[in-house]
Ligand binder design. Structure first.
Ligand code: NAD
Ligand code: UDP
Length: 323
C-alpha cells in the first residue's frame, strides 16, 4: 500500500513511518518541521520506499500518484508547544485536517485522524470511555488544541457521512518514548532530561494529578490495527495504568538512579486533574492492549536521552537553538 503520513518528522509520525516501511509499504512523509526534527527520519532517509515533502498542510496538499491511506498526525502536541503556537495549532487542526481529508477523498484513500484524550478536557467521568462528550473550556489557553481536535473529529465524521469516505479516529492518550524532543515540555521528557542533568524535577502543583502513560511501540501497534479495522467511530488508544505525577517522579529517579529533589511549580490553567483511558472498545474491536510497563518504557526512553546527552548539554549551555 502507499501511505501519506502528515507530521512525519514528529515523535509519533516518525515511528509510524518506520513501522509502515517495515511492513513493506511505501510512505510519503509530509511535515513543515514546526515541532518535528530531521533527525527523527534518519533511520528511513535512504529507504527507496520513503519520500519526504516539506510542506505546511494548512495549505492545499497535493501528492502525485496512487494513495491508499492518509494518516493525519501533523499538529503541535505538547502543551508548551501549542500554548506557544496557538494559531498554528488551530489552523493545522482545522484547515490542515480539511486538506488531508480532501487528499484522501481525491485519492479514494482511507483516512485516519490522530485525535487526543484532550477532547475530554478536564474530565468529570473517570476513566474516560469514547461515549463521554467531554468537559472542555473553549476559551481557556488549552482550548486552541482541544477545540481544534474536536473540530477535526467533527470534520472527519462529516466527510464520512457526506462523501462516504472511509475514516478512522484514534483518541491517543499520553504517549512517550525515544524521539520526544528533550525540550518538548511534556512531563516524561522534562523529568528524564532533568534527572540525567542532575537538576530538580519540576512538579506542577502538588503532583497529585494523574495521567496514564503509553509506550510509543504499543501506541503505534494500536494505530496500525485501527487503520486496518472496520471501526469508524473514535477509539481510545492508551495505557490504562494510571499514576500520579509524584509517582512518575519517583519512578524516574529510580530508573535513572538520579538523586534529585522535586521543585514545585504553579499548576497551569485548566490542567486536567485526572486522565485514564477506558480501552474496552480497543480490546474488543482491535484485540489490542498495551504490553510495555511504565518502568520498562521509562528505562528505554532514558537510554535514548542518554544517547543524545551531548545535545541536551549544549541546549543547557545555550549553545544550540530551540530544537
Ligand atoms: P510532535 O510535535 O512531535 O509531531 C507533530 C509533527 O507535526 C511535527 O513534526 C511538526 O513539525 C508537524 N506539523 C505541525 N504543524 C504542521 C503543519 N502545519 N504542516 C505540516 N506539519 C506540521 O507531536 P507528536 O507527539 O508526535 O504528536 C503527533 C500527533 O499525535 C499530533 O496530531 C498530536 O495531537 C497527536 N497526539 C499525540 C499524543 C502524544 O502523547 N504524543 C497524544 C495525543 C495526540
Ligand atoms: N507536568 C509537570 N512537570 C513538568 C511538565 C508537566 O508536573 O515539567 C505536569 C502537567 O502539569 C500535567 C502532567 O504533568 O499535570 C502531564 O503534562 P504533559 O505536559 O506531559 O501532558 P498533558 O497530559 O497535560 O497534555
Amino acid at each position: 500500500m502507499r501511505f501519506v503520513v502528515t507530521g512525519a518528522a514528529g515523535f509519533l509520525g516518525s515511528h509510524l513511518v518506520e513501522r509502515l516501511l517495515a511492513d513493506g509499504h511505501e510512505v510519503v512523509g509530509v511535515d513543515n518541521l514546526l515541532t518535528g526534527r530531521w533527525e527523527n527520519l534518519a533511520p528511513v532517509w535512504r529507504n527507496p520506499r520513503f519520500t519526504f515533502v516539506e510542506h505546511d498542510v494548512t495549505r492545499p496538499l497535493v501528492v502525485e500518484g496512487r494513495v491508499d491511506g492518509v494518516l493525519h498526525f501533523a499538529s503541535p502536541a505538547s502543551p508548551a508547544d501549542y500554548l506557544a503556537l496557538p494559531i498554528q495549532t488551530l489552523k493545522v487542526g482545522s484547515l490542515g485536517t480539511h486538506n488531508a481529508l480532501g487528499l484522501a477523498r481525491a485519492k479514494r484513500a482511507r483516512f485516519l485522524l490522530a485525535s487526543t484524550s484532550e477532547v475530554y478536557g478536564d474530565p468529570e467521568v473517570h476513566p474516560q470511555p469514547e461515549t463521554y462528550w467531554g468537559h472542555v473550556n473553549p476559551v481557556g489557553p488549552r482550548g486552541v488544541y482541544d477545540e481544534a481536535k474536536r473540530f477535526a473529529e467533527a470534520m472527519t465524521m462529516a466527510y464520512h457521512r457526506a462523501h462516504g469516505l472511509e475514516t478512522r479516529i484514534a483518541r491517543i492518550f499520553n504517549t512517550y518514548g525515544p524521539r520526544m524532543r528533550p525540550d518538548d515540555g511534556r512531563v516524561v521528557s522534562n523529568f528524564l532530561v532533568q534527572a540525567l542533568r542532575g537538576q530538580p524535577l519540576t512538579v506542577h502543583g502538588d503532583g497529585t494529578q494523574t495521567r496514564s502513560f503509553c509506550y510509543v511501540d504499543d501506541l503505534i501497534e494500536g494505530v496500525v490495527r485501527l487503520f486496518h479495522s472496520d471501526y469508524v467511530g473514535p477509539v481510545n488508544l492508551g495505557n490504562p495504568e494510571e499514576c500520579r505525577i509524584l509517582e512518575l517522579a519517583e519512578l524516574v529517579q529510580e530508573v535513572t538512579g538520579a538523586r534529585v529533589p522535586l521543585e514545585h511549580r504553579p499548576l497551569p490553567e485548566d490542567d486536567p486533574k485526572v486522565r485514564r483511558p477506558d480501552i474496552s472498545l480497543a480490546r474488543r474491536v482491535l484485540g489490542w492492549s498495551p504490553r510495555v510497563p511504565l518502568r520498562e518504557g521509562l528505562a528505554r526512553t532514558a537510554d535514548y536521552f542518554r544517547s543524545i546527552l551531548h545535545e541536551i548539554t549544549e541546549e543547557a549551555d545555550g549553545r544550540s537553538g530551540r530544537r
